[in-house]
Design a protein around this ligand. Structure first.
Ligand SMILES: [Zn+2]
Length: 183
């Protein structure tokens, strides 16, 4: 075991402890000299992620404008985040519908009638699901709602116990829609 001062491609020097055979250490050092130091690599990674996030946000903005979605209320930061979550929610729901329809493939059904029955059943469900999506987009204008829902909307922040299937969502929101009509 020995300490080496490695000078990376970016010019930064970092002290590293290296183990193993001398020839392996030397190989490692000559490889490392051609790389960016860990701090510079992290910095570039963060910039890339921030850039992707910005591109996604621009998509969300354009989509909301094109579809005439209501403006969200909250601080500037909250609104920006909530818009991305709303965009993810609407798109993921449409992707889910597309995937499920493709999944109702002929081979897995006894006959055409059984398949059609399943398709009709799913079609009814999709109509309800789209009503729920439209209701949420029209009525949930507080950025807080979308941010609080991130654990079941955003795959990157999924939290155990907070998941909602599309069926759960329809059940829950239909109830809310009914109550709203009555109240
Ligand atoms: Zn560096």
């Amino acid at each position: 075991m020995a300490k080496y001062l490695i000078r990376y491609k970016c010019g930064h020097e970092v002290e590293r402890q290296l183990f193993g055979k001398i020839s392996d250490r030397e190989n490692y050092i000559s490889w490392a000299q051609e790389q960016l130091c860990p701090a510079c690599q992290r910095k570039i990674h963060h910039e890339e992620v921030a850039c992707q996030r910005k591109a996604y946000h621009n998509e969300a903005l354009a989509d909301a404008a094109a579809k005439g979605y209501p403006k969200l209320e909250g601080s500037e930061k909250q609104v920006a985040w909530a818009m991305d979550l709303r965009y993810t929610f609407v798109n993921d729901t449409e992707d889910y519908i597309k995937e499920e329809i493709e999944y109702v493939i002929p081979d897995t059904y006894k006959n055409e009638a059984a398949r059609n029955e399943q398709l009709a059943h799913f079609d009814k469900f999709c109509t309800e699901l789209r009503e729920v999506v439209a209701y949420l987009v029209a009525n949930k204008t507080s950025a807080k709602y979308w941010i609080d829902s991130r654990f079941w909307i955003d795959p990157l922040t999924y939290k155990f116990g907070e998941e909602k299937t599309q069926k759960d969502l329809v059940r829950e929101i239909k109830k809310e829609m009914e109550q709203k009509k009555l109240g």
